[in-house]
Design a protein around this ligand. Structure first.
Ligand code: AMP
Length: 151
């Protein structure tokens, strides 16, 4: 059986990704693997000077990044009390693209993610991160569904 030496878990701080995280942690412990905890700051493409050319969003971006770092720190403090072989990553971009790119760059053997995210948007209309990662990733993907999910 193949060993997993690096497991990447994608977290958006939703109940679904918290649940997926617990599965990823259990697998990392089981395989003595390194756990990469990734959060992608959804790139606000439309805020980048197209509509209002002279306004600067650097400050806003800094604050968003600061907020994301704090959420990630608190998440790891709560969830990784005894497990030490982990790395937290925060990157901007499109979640599905970054999840795949980071997994490839960091040579992950497995991507773990929830079936649903924080927004609760209808994936038929807006596209689902989970679905795109499953369809496009060359790295094996494990999706974890929350018991009470009805969709
Ligand atoms: P979705 O397909 O968008 O409903 O989200 C499904 C799963 O993708 C979530 O449970 C997370 O595991 C992951 N995910 C979604 N958005 C992000 C994000 N911005 N950063 C990291 N992981 C994400």
């Amino acid at each position: 059986m193949k060993d997993f030496s690096t497991v990447l878990v994608a977290v958006d701080f939703s109940d679904s990704s918290d649940n997926a995280f617990q599965m990823a942690l259990a697998m990392a412990i089981r395989f003595s693997a390194r756990l990469l905890v990734l959060h992608v700051i959804n790139e606000p493409v439309d805020l980048r000077g197209f509509y209002v050319p002279h306004i600067s969003f650097e400050k806003l971006e800094e604050e968003i990044e600061e907020g994301a770092k704090k959420m990630m720190e608190s998440f790891c403090r709560r969830n990784l009390t005894t497990f030490e072989n982990f790395e937290c990553l925060i990157v901007p971009g499109l979640p599905y693209e970054q999840i795949i790119q980071q997994a490839e760059e960091k040579s992950a053997d497995l991507i773990v993610l929830g079936t649903h995210g924080r927004t609760g948007l209808d994936h038929v209309l807006f596209g689902s991160t989970a679905e795109k990662v499953v369809r496009k990733s060359p790295v094996p993907v494990l999706t974890v569904r929350l018991e009470e999910d009805s969709a």
